[in-house]
Ligand binder design. Sequence first.
Ligand SMILES: Cc1ncc(COP(=O)(O)O)c(C=O)c1O
Length: 367
Amino acid sequence: MDELPRSYLRWVNQYRPGKPVDEIKRIYGLSDAVRLCSNENPWPLPEEVIQAILKASGEVQRYPDPEAYLLKRALSKHLGVSPAEVVVGGGTEGVLCTLFQALVEVGDRVVIPQPTYPVYALSVAAAGGECDFVPLLEDFSLPIDRIVSNCGERTKAVVICNPNNPTGNIVERQDLLNLAVRLEERKTLLVVDEAYAEYVSDPRYLCGVELFRQLSNVVILRTFSKIYGLAGLRIGYAIAPKPIAEAFGKVRRVFSVNAIGQAAAIAALGCQDHISSIRDRTILERDRMHRVLCNMGVRVHNTHANFLLISLTRANDVYEALLAKGVIVRNGEDLGLEGTIRVTVGLPEENDRFLKEFDRVLRRLGG
Ligand SMILES: Cc1ncc(COP(=O)(O)O)c(C=O)c1O
């Protein structure tokens, strides 16, 4: 049976997500644990969204709208693009899988800077393509020239994550524009994953929607799993040039975006004041955590998202010791960045618990 799975799946490993709270409670015999490993927004949902979820949950005997008509209209209005340029899917991961199925033929290649979100390479592999990995520079910035020089005859796309997970940095406006223009000249798609865009306040950031309007080769991915607080409902979307969006429509799973998710996402888009307040609260907490961690003498990287990356000589031991105390962070090793842990900015009391346990572990084990 070994030879039956597709041969190119040999070069990828299964995605290792953050650990669920119940699993850690069970393994370590704990009464509670905090989950700071998946960059979710932990704040309560606004009442309008809860009401939309309740209403839609009373109607689940019916299939969802396969076209997600109302959600696409709401997104097109929110982003200022045509509904024909909006596609939706079961989370960003669902959008990525469909996108690459629509783009990639066997033997086609996609360039992906590393380290980044592992799902890009998995989606390319699932579609039968292959990846060319280009390491980020030491300060985690993009090696633009190397990315372009790695694009060959069969390169269909370059995928970048902005802000990048797990490093937290952004690509500066001029660099992003430069990359996009050079790729447009060679008719290569630039896919920009902006899962954390809503957290960015730096004026050097070029919002992908602006880039999309200027060039013909840009696809922007966004999600309702992060600042919108709907990770459990699995809604992601992209804005894409019409020919790409049309091809996407031909291969997508017809009912992959569930009815409760569609209703919740529409309601959440209407709560922009709430989103701004989540952004402000998260940034306040993030900056507080950054300060406290710096005072502990550890190396914390600058971030524009809702997580912090910490470099440690004994990262694996620190990660395990935190798990045993019911603090679930992410081992950077699983994200291609050995010697680091990544911690999500949670609720203030969750962050306090992390900081307290981290300090203790550090005193015991050393950084
Ligand atoms: C870079 C990046 N993109 C997308 C996602 C979200 O994926 P989804 O929309 O499938 O929940 C994540 C979640 O961790 C992420 O880090």
